[in-house]
Design a protein around this ligand. Sequence first.
Ligand SMILES: [Zn+2]
Length: 491
Amino acid sequence: MEFLITGARVLDASTQEARPEPTNILIRDGVIAAVGADVVPDEVERFDARGHLAIPGFVNAHYHSHDVLLRGRYEQLPLEAWMIWTNPGVYPRRPDDEVRLRTMLGASEALRTGITTVQDMVSIIGQERAHVDALFSAYEQIGIRAVVGMQIGDLGMADTLPWGHEASAGARALMSKAGDPAPMIAFAEALLDSGPELLTWAAAPMGPQRVSDVILGWAGRVSAERGLPVFTHTYETRTQAVVARLNFPQDNGSLIRRLERHALLTPRLTLAHGVWIDADEIIQLGAAGANVATNAMSNLKLLNGVAPLRAYARAGVNLAIGCDGCSCSDVQNMFQGMKAFAQFWALQGDAGETGAARAALSAATLGGARAVGLEGKVGLLKPGYRADLSLIDLSDPSWRPFNNALLQLVYSEAGRAVRHVFVNGQMVVRDQVLQTADEALLTAQAEAARAALAPQIEALAATNATLTPALMEIFRRAEGYPLPFDRMRLR
Ligand SMILES: [Zn+2]
């Protein structure tokens, strides 16, 4: 299986030319075999890509397939008050078809915007094997590369919040209760050798503030034994920085110390968010060679502030970009993520510097690849890398005129010109049409699923009317708790 993409200009994070010259890309058995204008084998199938920019497929390093159906429903809620609408655990058992559909919908949007790898930190409630099979079936059909982490958490809600036990009795009665970690761990571990060809695994303790020592201990062990990446929500909110200080004295009030105690501070670790982290903890992460998947879109929507991107980079922390779940970012689009990254990067630096766009593209490709355990396999358009790439149509208005491939990719392109997408050498999007699923059918199924889900969302209103004031009170109280740093400002 061999074909030649001809006449594309090639841009990856290593490209120095503003307007790279057209060249050819030879793909053999799903791998980039050669790149160059003089690569012109006889007797090979050709794909004419003149007038296009070839870029590596993006790695969306933080995402949840479980809340895709909730896009466009919420705004201006802090995380704690948002979760009681969006955490899968608050809903009745989902139909198997819905699990398959939501996975397809999220992946289809991702592919259409040039995301070829997703890190899916998915909550499967009740250890339902049928739901895992639905997820596998969706990923296998749609043909995206997926790094799946079965998200598990066992602490009760009151224990994950500062002053959680001071809430009213009525509110406390409605808070989720602690669960038994043993079946969660057994379920997650048993899955690690299963799944379709393009699916690999990660461990996904929900967050060091939301899981017991038992789950963190397991994650540290299984990661070391199997070389598994680990993804965990850490310091997403100011409230989490407060809960670290108040609820985890055994870890000196530090979630990073908590991860370290369980042998999790390694290059395989990725913190999702990492906004409310202090300067010493950043140094610790950098010394460990760990990663942070920053999610500017959801960090802003959930009123969390801005991750200290420059401080991470200075400390040697590898940065990746995530789009997070559709209930808090509403979109799977790395162009939005890259642009926000570049702009915050610039604001945290000095006037007159350059390099923000390159830092953003690097995080969206190479940084993500490293975070998800695919370093050296995806993220560059070089021989030996998997053929995961997009062809961007340079006749789109965003590219008129074509001045600078890197800067226009990050600042001008919004996803509209993503015309063809390949994963592992397979063309999964052609002329902006998904090749692996019927999009009209997906649209109809999404509407049907929305109609079925809507009354169940409504049914949460009574419970949430009692819980919301208690959670907002905790949020406000945490806002007033003194911390020696601030992430609502830009430096
Ligand atoms: Zn998340």
